[in-house]
Design a binder for this molecule. Structure first.
Ligand code: C5P
Length: 243
């Protein structure tokens, strides 16, 4: 097979040049990392599960009119995506308190928040992706005020869609992170949901038992990560066995 041009290798995925201009191939690795890559392991099958789950979420979002970078799944580990310019911000939406907001604000894990809270972190591994305010985003030119308003609207639509989907299968969407990219149609810029949406980037708790079905299983050594992700896929009816 012809070697493809490597564009970028990240912690959990690799981007290759795509078959047509304006496309990339996104490859999902089995590598799991946490705490800014201080903790690392290889979880057999994780890449296959995240490829399939991310496809499922992105296709669902497109079906309700939320634009994404996803074009089609190519095989067990790869999907064809639209090339976009990633805005250097992680957009986090929280419905319940967990993770860093508990440490930062002294909240109890699981506490219901008064409304969905959106946070922005500046994407920079060497700085540990610090939380930033809108003031920084505008002042440093990472996004315009219009982009910010559009990002908030996009993030809330993703939250509504993902929360409903998860609720339907007995799972609480505690929080999640998305990345957003810019694409140009002629001279018009549009924002699209990019990167991936998977149990690597969400907190998912079983509604009855509180069992964690997301990357916290790996972060906090709570059991087998692939089993947790398989449970999410099974409930949604997207087991990799179906591919
Ligand atoms: O760690 P924190 O509580 O801020 O994470 C909030 C949400 O964003 C979690 O679902 C976590 O998995 C996700 N996240 C991520 N990638 C990061 C940071 C957070 O997917 N670099």
């Amino acid at each position: 097979m012809a070697r493809r041009k490597l564009i970028y290798e990240g912690k959990a995925k690799i981007l290759y040049e795509g078959p047509e201009p304006g496309t990339f191939v996104q490859y999902f690795k089995d590598d799991a990392t946490a705490f800014n890559a201080e903790k690392k392991d290889v979880i057999e099958g994780k890449g296959v599960l995240n490829n399939r789950l991310s496809e499922y979420f992105m296709v669902g979002l497109a079906s309700i009119g939320v634009p994404t970078h996803f074009l089609k799944r190519l095989n067990m580990r790869e999907q064809l995506i639209r090339q976009c310019e990633i805005i250097p911000l992680e957009v986090i939406v929280r419905n319940r308190a967990a993770g860093s907001i508990c440490k930062r604000l002294g909240l109890e894990e699981g506490a219901t928040l008064p409304r969905p809270i959106i946070e922005f972190c500046y994407k920079d591994d060497s700085l540990g992706d610090p939380l930033v305010a809108e003031e920084h985003i505008i002042a440093f030119g990472w996004a315009s005020q219009q982009d910010l308003d559009d990002m908030v609207a996009l993030a809330l639509r993703v939250n509504d869609f993902m929360s409903g989907l998860m609720h339907g299968v007995g799972i609480t969407l505690v929080d999640f992170k998305i990345e957003i990219g810019r694409v140009w149609d002629n001279e018009f810029q549009r924002l699209v949901v990019a990167d991936e949406i998977s149990p690597d980037s969400c907190r998912l708790w079983d509604q009855k038992t509180g069992q964690k079905l997301d990357k916290d299983v790996f972060r906090r050594d709570l059991g087998n990560l692939a089993d947790a992700y398989t449970e999410v896929a099974r409930r949604l009816g997207v087991l990799p066995a179906n591919v």
